[in-house]
Ligand binder design. Sequence first.
Ligand code: GZL
Length: 320
Amino acid sequence: MKRIGLAVAVAALALGGCGKQGGGNGGMTVGFAQIGSESGWRTAETNAAKASAKEKGVDLRISDAQQRQENQIKAIRAFIAQGVDGILLAPVVATGWDQVLKEAQAAKIPVVLVDRLIETSDKNLYLSAVTSDQVLEGRTAGEWLTKTVGSRDCPVIELQGTVGSSPAIARKKGFDEALAKTANVKIVRSQSGDFTRSKAKEVMESAIKAVGGNKICAVYAHNDDMMIGAIQAMKEAGLRPGKDVLTVSIDGVPDIFKAMQDGEANATVELTPDMAGPALDMLAAYKKDGKAPPKWHQTPTKLYLPDTAAAEYQRRKDLY
Ligand code: GZL
């Protein structure tokens, strides 16, 4: 699909099919310290950023950190040395950013966080953050599960995202909040699959051995890619994911909708890949009038179930 069309399609997905496209960012040069390509969602975010930058006339320079914080810090320093107009940062973990953000601040280069947050005592170190409410995502997943399970005992396996990342911390918090309201739905094993299919498959294989496949009532994965890995592990162990074992995960990537159509997945909580669009608009507006935007631009959260999986797969398959 043409990149311009991709930007419109991603925006439509994010805005539910309507809403204006930001304009007037022409001539900016922006550095994007991206995490890597650990998941289908991450790749879609990068593609959406490229399409959005092209549509807005922004020269976007994207670095791939291979999921290593030190590489993101190196990339930010390189962007500072290049004298870019702004920096987007998707922080792989939540801590350890103050020093390099102080260097960007000293160089008067605004930084916008995208899709993940940082822990810092000085929120002035970044202009704004474009993220979902990740606690709400976890709570939405947990509430769907407890409602679906009813009163029967339900041992749950949790596949956490990258250790120390804001989505892993927040999605666990929200899910735990929902389960705390019940006495019968309990996490019996929780481990990081680092947001990747391969690591999650290994973690699920060991969980099945440790807990006993026939004892597992549900799996909660902090992203769909880890759930795809877990589904593979369950099928190889003779389990029926989506039937004997309920699944709920987060992102809304095409492959989870495909799994739903195959009867192998039950629920996903959507996360829009269009995080760079609003961030680039903020940088352009700030460059123009110097007025700081709100500290947080919240992206939408929505639960999807198998009843709309076919249509949702069609809507997404060209964006990822
Ligand atoms: C969440 C984002 C997460 C996605 C994963 O905002 O940071 O990172 O849910 C990705 O797919 O790895």
